[in-house]
Each structure stands twice: as C-alpha cells, then as structure tokens.
Design a protein around this ligand. Structure first.
Ligand code: BES
Ligand code: MN
Ligand code: ZN
Length: 491
C-alpha cells in the first residue's frame, strides 16, 4: 500500500473514492461541515434519508463528475477522540480493502479543532495497523489497497510529512513484530529467530548486534535460562542489541528492554493440557524488538539496549524435571516445582544481565501468566514493577496511545510466597491466586542496584484483539509497542 499526502484543499483528480464523515445529532444526520456541492449531491439521493450518521454506519453515493463518496457515521462523538478516529478509519479500511480503488480520506472530517498532529498520527497508525495480513503460507494472496491519499490542510505540509515518516517507521516495526509472533514454531526456532532479528537489526543505523550462543550463555552462568533450554533440540540465543544516539553526553539516558522469547511453550515435564497457540510465547521479545526498532528509526536521543532471551520449552530425557534446583546468574538458587513457569526463569537471568549494562531503567515484556487473563481479561495489559514513578510514567504513555494497561501490586506477602524451604526461591507460589503478581515478585529478585524496573504481562493482549478493528481478528496484535515507543521517545 502506498500512502500519500494531499495538503491542498482540492481532491486529487486521480482519486476514485473519497471518504467523509457524518455525525448524528438528536437522531438526525449532521453534515454541516460538508461543502455545498457534496451536500447537494447527497441530498439528491433518494435513499440518503435512511442514513443517520450513526456510529459505524456507512453510506456510498456517486458525484456527477464520477467520484464515489463513502460516508462514515461517527454518531454523537463530538468532540472526537483519537481512538474513535482509529476505529472509524479502520472500519473504512476493512470495508474497502478488497476494492483496490484509489482512495482519498478528507482528514479534516476526522479531526477535532485542536491538536491536529495527535489526531493525524492516530489516523495514520490505524491505516498502517489495519493494512496487515499474514500471507506467508497462503498460496493466493488476497487483494490489498494499492493507494491511499490523506488530505490534510490544518497542518503545515512539513509537519504532516514528519508525522507520516514517523508512523511509517512505527507501522513497519509493528508489522515485523506481528510476523514474528504469527510464524509457526517449526520455522521460528530460537536459532532462526535470532538470525532473523540479526538480519533486520544489522540494517539499522547506530545499532550494534551481539548474539550469545549456548556456550556464551553457559559462560554467563545463566543456569535458569539453560534449564529451560535443556529439553530443546535447538540452542538458546540471547540477542543483545545496543543503540547509541548520535549525540551522547553524561546526561544521556539509557533504557534496557528485555523480552521473553519462548518460541514454543509445551510446559516441559509439567506438560500443558492444551498448548495450541503457544507459538506466541515469544510475543514479549517481538514486542520489545518492535519498540526498539521503531525508536531507533525515529532517531531517539537516548541509549537503548534490547535483550531477547530465546529458547523453546520442550521435553526429552535430559529436560528439567520438577523438583530440580538450579542456580541463577546472580547466584540465587531456585527450586523448579513447575517447568511450565519457565518464562520467569529465562527473564530472571536476562534481567540480571540487563542490570550489568547499567541502564537507568529496565522494561520487560512477556506472555508470562495465564493468570493475567483471569484478572484483566484479554483486553488489558498487566503492569508491575518496583518504581511507582516509572509505573505512572508508563501509564501516562499508555493513555496517550489509547492502549489499556492496569497496575497489579507486588506486596511483601507475594515475595514471601515465592521463597522455598530448601532453596532461595521457588518458581511458583503456593496457589493459583495472584499468579501474575507473584511471577513479578519472583522477577524482582533479579533486579539489582535499585534500578527502576517495570514488567508488562502481555499474555492477554499479545494475541487476537477482536474488539479492535485495526488489529487482525486472529493472530498477533502488536499492542504495547506504541506505549513503549511513546515512553522511549518522551518518557
Ligand atoms: N506462556 C505461559 C503463559 C500464557 C498462558 C501465555 C496463556 C499466553 C496464554 C507461561 O509460561 C505459563 O505457562 N504460565 C503458567 C504459570 C504457572 C505454572 C505458575 C500459567 O500461567 O499457567
Ligand atoms: Mn509456561
Ligand atoms: Zn511460557
């Protein structure tokens, strides 16, 4: 799909279909923002009286000169908010994606009076996020929209171009992250995943790529990470990316991102009852890589480290059995009572390694617990950490991006529940209750030097978000990348 700007007041002569908005006021259509000619043509249509501009209602009509007009009902949504704009644009996109017409959107119809830049960005995000199909394994590739023109006059051309460039970087990074999550586990293994990230990241400016193989991970004494990998046919990988901005001073901030990259989670010897879709257990790694990539392309002025712990969790005769006690990179011993609580083991060692990079902050993302779905549904991301200041800042970023996030507590009692009678820690609590928070309490044991740290439990939001029209009904959502990028650029 090609996305172009039209910063003039006139529609392009080549446009075949123009998208406008209509509101509904006291059950009556409100098109007071339309020009005279279009209003007249619309009112001339016999069936126009049945269209009230209700939310999500659409209406098509033709102008005498040949242009087709699609009207999207926005209901009583005045003033508009960014999320309603994303949803309206996605609705249009989804209805038109098979039509292959040259489409022009009159953005002025989808923007409140102030802060045009913010709303224009939201509309563009929606287009990039809606324009996604995972077609790698389909013989017949579905039709896609060839060209969209965004008509925008309330922003200086330069500003509109800058926003377009920014959202393009973001959109492409979300696409790459979604593709990783959607790839089948027989093709996306720890070894191939690391190779693909290497290939992609090597093309980025000012990024250094380092990949630790099994021998290097052994050298790092990552006993917990290795215990998860012990049943695998593949070597583990720790991908370590470093972005250094062009200008570095003593004040330059450094944020480390850490991602859970379980290319498949069978549960290990504590075998899962149902493991369909556990290919998505590398969603944390995909999310933080997507955020890293986008922030780099946007020229972030902070240093960013991105650490991805990759392995699968499988069974063979040397796979870790429950009751094992393993030693972490930081020296703590862990009684592994359930091999299905593996994500925290991988993260523990990678978080300890992250602390050694001496960042000012650490953010991790992981499809860590089924429990987060029980507490927050599959629409809301769980957020936990050791610094209320960092948490508040991330909540603010999520709000700016209209992504749902909710803080869950880590209380001393949860820490106590993760202690083992025969080792320093155990990898599960005494009951299912408070599962997400107890997993986070476990992770906190691997944060040193009081580095502010926040943990995103994305087990619910990583996959199918059927309530969001700009996310595919099935498969990876790409959510939380926007929130993380917002934090990396402004946090
Ligand atoms: N990868 C799973 C969590 C998960 C569940 C992600 C559902 C996406 C959807 C994780 O490794 C896991 O198995 N967690 C266990 C922990 C338990 C054994 C303490 C869980 O949540 O059941
Ligand atoms: Mn598991
Ligand atoms: Zn897992």
């Amino acid at each position: 799909m090609k996305l172009e700007l039209n910063t003039t007041k006139k529609q392009l002569a080549s446009s075949e279909l123009l998208i406008l908005s209509a509101f509904c006021k006291k059950k009556k259509i409100d098109i007071s923002h339309w020009d005279k000619a279009t209003t007249k043509a619309f009112l001339n249509i016999q069936s126009a009286k049945h269209f009230h501009g209700n939310k999500d209602e659409t209406f098509f009509f033709n102008m005498t000169k040949g242009l087709t007009v699609m009207v999207i009902g926005l209901g009583e949504q005045k003033p508009l908010n960014a999320e309603s704009i994303r949803k309206a644009i996605a609705l249009a996109f989804n209805q038109l994606k098979a039509s292959n017409k040259q489409i022009e959107i009159n953005m002025e119809h989808f923007m409140p009076a102030t802060d045009a830049a913010h709303y224009f960005q939201a509309a563009l995000e929606s287009i990039y996020m809606s324009d996604y199909q995972f077609t790698t394994y389909k013989k017949a590739s579905p039709q896609i929209l060839s060209k969209i023109v965004m008509q925008i006059v309330s922003l200086p051309k330069k500003d509109a171009q800058t926003i377009l460039r920014k959202v393009k970087s973001l959109g492409e990074s979300i696409t790459i992250a979604r593709n990783f999550v959607n790839m089948p586990p027989n093709e996306l293994t720890s070894e191939s995943f690391a190779k693909m990230v290497d290939e992609d990241a090597s093309k980025l400016n000012n990024v250094k790529v380092k990949i630790l193989n099994k021998a290097a991970i052994k050298k790092e004494n990552m006993g917990l990470f290795l215990s998860v990998n012990s049943g695998s046919a593949f070597e583990p990988r720790l991908v370590h990316l470093t972005y250094t901005p062009k200008v570095v001073t003593a004040d330059t901030k450094h944020i480390a991102l850490v991602g859970k990259g379980l290319t498949f989670d069978s549960g290990g010897y504590s075998l899962k009852g149902s493991m369909v879709n556990m290919k998505t257990d590398m969603g944390g790694a995909a999310t933080v890589y997507g955020a890293f990539r986008a922030a780099v392309l946007m020229g972030a002025d902070i240093k960013i480290s991105c650490l991805l712990g990759m392995t699968d969790n499988m069974v063979n005769s040397i796979a870790t059995v429950p009751d094992s006690i393993m030693t972490a990179r930081n020296g703590k011993t862990v009684e592994i009572l359930n091999t299905d609580a593996e994500g925290r083991l991988v993260l523990a060692d990678v978080l300890d390694y992250a602390c050694d990079q001496k960042p000012d902050q650490i953010l991790d993302a992981a499809t860590l617990t089924g429990s987060v779905l029980v507490s927050l549904g599959n629409e809301v991301c769980g957020l936990m950490g050791n610094s209320q200041k960092l948490i508040e800042s991330l909540k603010e970023s999520a709000k700016n991006c209209d992504e749902y996030i909710w803080q869950l507590p880590i209380i001393p009692e949860f820490h106590k529940d993760m202690k083992s009678p025969i080792a320093d820690l155990r990898n599960i609590g005494s009951s299912r209750f408070g599962g997400s928070s107890k997993a986070a309490a476990f992770l906190e044991n691997f944060i040193k030097n009081d580095i502010p740290w926040a943990h995103f439990d994305i087990a619910g939001v990583c996959d199918a978000q059927t309530h969001l029209p700009y996310c595919p009904k099935k498969g990876a959502s790409g959510l939380m990348i926007r929130t993380m990028v917002n934090h990396l650029l402004n946090g």
